[in-house]
Design a protein around this ligand. Sequence first.
Ligand SMILES: Nc1nc2c(ncn2[C@@H]2O[C@H](COP(=O)(O)OP(=O)(O)OP(=O)(O)O)[C@@H](O)[C@H]2O)c(=O)[nH]1
Ligand SMILES: [Mg+2]
Length: 601
Amino acid sequence: MESSSDRTGGTTTPLQDRLGRARTDLLDIFDAIGEMLAEAGLSPQPTAAAADRLRDNRFDLVVLGQYKRGKTTFINALLGQDLLPTAIVPLTNIATRVRYASHPSTLVTLLDGRVDEVPLDDLHLYTTQKGNPDNQKRVALVEVGVPAMALRDGTTVTDTPGIASIFEQNTRAAMDYVPQADAAIFLVNADPPISEAERAFLKEVRPYMAKLFFVQNKIDQVSQTDQEESLAFTRQVIEETTGERDIVIYPLSARTALEAKLANDPLALRQSRFDRFERDLHRFLQQGKGRALLTSSASKAMRLLASLRSRAELERHSLEMDLADLVAKAEAFDRHLGDVERARFEDKAVLRAQVGRLVAEYIDARLEAFQAEQLPQLRAALAAYARQPHRVSPLRFKEALRSHAMALIKASLEAWEGAQEEVLAQLLKELLRRFTDQTNALLSRIAADCEALFGVRFDLFVPEEELPADSRFYHGDWFVADGIDLAVGVAMTLLPLALVRRKIVVGTHRGMAEKLNMECGRLRYDFVRRIEARIQEFSASMDDHLARAIRDIREVVQRTVALRREREEEVAAARARVGDQIARYTALDARLRAISEDAPA
Ligand SMILES: Nc1nc2c(ncn2[C@@H]2O[C@H](COP(=O)(O)OP(=O)(O)OP(=O)(O)O)[C@@H](O)[C@H]2O)c(=O)[nH]1
Ligand SMILES: [Mg+2]
């Protein structure tokens, strides 16, 4: 296959060229449709958004693996730059997304939503355990823009904190990035071979990933025999864990590859065996995503075009109909819209009631049961902790107990929240799907009215990509690390030590009930707020679909009625204009079909 290389070892193939041409063609068509929409007095915004997506051609890769497997080094090797900080000690503690930018920039998004721009040299102050211990700076995500050739097609790569065990904080953070990614690279080492923690993690993430690349890193550290033995073992474990056969694992050395790229040494790059991985990754990116995005963009363009065409046909028809007949039908259409509005009002009342039920039956009832069940367990755990030897003053003892109680409550609530989120997201999705069905039912009622009255078909429905997907809830920031307060006065310190300690334990037990209750209240508030925001946003977008459909039809009919009543002499010119529009739509539609059919498989 002919191919031309660029500096970073990426290649362009004839396949890419074909996709590239199709993309350029499609971008042209979006421009043309945008102009036509504007000409028809409609907003060209949908074409601009679709074209942006196509131009950006974003594809999100995420790199996962246990700490110290070389994830960050691997990303640097991919970029051919020593960009992200690496180290011998466990390092990355904040996810870092790298994307293409013509001018370098580093943006830090904080948990409260604020975004700060920082110098690239300060990156380590935010993303590493050393620079930002236990995330004291409250960073949510760091995004680095670099002019790296490997990312010029819109691919982003996200570096994640190393997983340790599946119960640990970093693991959760890494997991958070999984559902957002289009593909993941899972890094293990030649030595040691795949561990139990890695196996457990893999089992957890596999269902979420459409595509997973397996990499055996650091092959430079072991002999070839050892490397092959380790590879066979790793393969066996991965196949058993995922139930897949004949998986591909890429043995390579990220460090050698990075050094080779920095020194511009093709021989060393070959030795690193990084090039084979890179080639396959590029092929996957071009074929998989490139084609999927192209076809979905083409169908979006066809939909926009179809709606323009229906409008033009409605106009042509309205120009030709008997005027009295047209006026009567326009009135009938408006009357039917009154019915649609009433039906909509009822749909919304039903939606509100369903949300209320979801909150009462699901959140409230479960939170109550959770509290009743957890409190004795939490108290037992605290009592066990109190029984351990604590050779400290009563004040210190109180402090230790207090913070242990807090940690217990926090962990139990977080586990509960994590488990509920998924179910809740599912229930919410079903609810929104039902509401979408109702919206679609109204849209097809409007379309049927239009067809019956004016003889023109509009394809009205909520497009597939707007259907509610598994909307993940992002973690709210509800936990407040205080609240268990008990008075241990000076007087108490005069009592016998054992008695003081007993009092402290009892006091903490009491404090725990209050704290648990308070935090459950916060959690509830957070859940309800997020659900309501989601419902509001979704129902507004559904309303938009209806309003647009109605406006499209009414506006054409009313305008034509006015023209025919007031400026009969312009009717002939209007007919010619509409005929011309329809011919242009037909030509564009043919071009779109050619792109869809020709899109390389
Ligand atoms: N010999 C060898 N060392 C490597 C290779 N890749 C990475 N390392 C080294 O392994 C250590 C850890 O590398 P990092 O890239 O920081 O690993 P990481 O997975 O990002 O680590 P965390 O961020 O802590 O999870 C560093 O000392 C790297 O130089 C490799 O291919 N060969
Ligand atoms: Mg790292």
